[in-house]
Design a protein around this ligand. Structure first.
Ligand code: C5P
Length: 377
């Protein structure tokens, strides 16, 4: 029988405060036969639960704020690092992906250790019980790990070929893929506004891709195609892996950080495999850390922070609020690209398209209470 993490799952908050929480999807993640007292809010009005709910709410908005800043800075720094002209070889993106995974595993281990009052024995017992003794449960994480590894590599391809603003607007299509996977895998139902917003979203992304008239931009049509294709594949993988991970997370009692250690270990191994497969010859010639500089370390750090914040948002908020963060970040990176970096002049198609995408994101979140449909696990 599925178990809901009573201490940290924000479903309790939904139960107590339905009118203020847009995370309606959580309601139907609580199975009807669960031990969780969700059908009646009476037992969740104790002061302990209220504290837990307000704590959860604080973490939710904090993680969203961090996500906006992290997304904007990662996209701009990654783009800068892939276009910067320097002497010597450029850093290998496959290596950067592996380093980010290693960093995430390290931070997650520290967070799990903290949950166990820094007891090494407790930590070791937990790893044995939850990872070694449950090989099938552990193996389930290999699926999102493989997909995220591909996605993380594709983002470098995308940002080597597209400007930051176009990339960000196009990547908002992951709202569409996430919605479709939520409907098919979690049995979630979308309201009228949500379906409408998905149509507006697609129209907005199509407008942003409209070819520009300037000859300089026409020359890069081939690279635009590669970049957009990479983003499209990343959107599908983001939608699937996000929903799959959410499903695993919300129906087991283990902490998100423990799950992330499992996810990270698989991602690290897959990343290493990809690194040797695609960059083996260059690795032999110039080593794993060729071309690394401060910008590279910043990109790796931001990518690792991003993974951790995404995990927290999936846990404490939901994919809708994650979409808002994406939209706010579009505004930020467009303004920075235009005024500060001076590497992007938006066309009127871009401006209308970006406006449609941002409107669609907020319209998607307007739907407060979709009809409940419990998930079968
Ligand atoms: O763009 P999207 O929201 O799909 O971002 C997913 C990113 O977060 C990927 O880099 C993935 O490796 C990371 N992630 C993570 N831990 C999770 C979920 C996602 O590190 N639990």
């Amino acid at each position: 029988m599925p178990i809901v993490d009573l201490e940290t799952d924000s479903s309790l908050e939904v139960c107590c405060n339905e009118t203020t929480n847009s995370s309606s999807s959580k309601e139907h993640l609580i199975p009807p036969d669960s031990k969780e007292p969700s059908s009646s809010c009476s037992s969740s009005t104790s002061s302990g639960t209220m504290t837990s709910a307000s704590q959860s709410s604080r973490i939710k908005y904090l993680s969203l704020g961090v996500l906006v800043v992290q997304t904007t800075s990662l996209v701009l720094t990654m783009r800068y690092s892939r276009t910067l002209q320097e002497e010597g070889p450029r850093y290998l993106s496959s290596t950067a992906v592996v380093c980010a995974e290693g960093l995430k595993i390290l931070v997650c281990c520290l967070l799990v250790l903290k949950e166990h009052n820094f007891s090494l024995w407790g930590f070791q017992q937990l790893l044995k019980e939850e990872i070694v003794n449950k090989p099938l449960d552990t193996l389930k994480l290999a699926i999102p790990a493989g997909i995220y590894t591909l996605q993380n590599n594709l983002l470098y391809v995308a940002l080597s070929n597209l400007d930051a603003a176009t990339y960000q607007v196009t990547y908002q299509l992951k709202i569409l893929t996430t919605a479709l996977f939520s409907v098919s895998m979690l049995g979630r139902r979308l309201g009228l506004y949500q379906w409408l917003s998905l149509v507006i979203l697609m129209a907005g992304v199509a407008l942003v891709q409209w070819p520009a008239d300037s000859p300089a931009e026409k020359l890069s049509a081939g690279s635009q195609f590669v970049g957009v294709l990479a983003v499209f594949i990343a959107c599908v993988s983001s939608g699937f892996a996000g929903v799959y991970f959410e499903k695993i997370l919300k129906h087991t009692k283990q902490s998100v950080w423990l799950r992330n250690i499992q996810l990270g270990v698989f991602s690290f191994v897959f990343g290493l495999f990809g690194m040797f497969l695609y960059d083996g010859a260059r690795l032999v010639d110039d080593g794993m850390f060729q071309g690394f500089n401060t910008i590279t370390y910043t990109v790796i750090f931001l990518q690792a922070v991003g993974g951790l914040v995404v995990a927290a948002v999936i846990k404490y908020a939901d994919n809708i609020l994650k979409g808002f963060a994406g939209s706010l970040s579009i505004l930020a990176s467009t303004v920075i690209s235009f005024f500060w970096l001076g590497d992007f002049v938006p066309t009127s198609f871009f401006l209308v398209g970006a406006l449609l995408v941002i409107t669609a994101t907020f319209l998607y979140g307007l739907e407060r209470k979709p009809a409940p449909s419990p998930v079968k696990v």
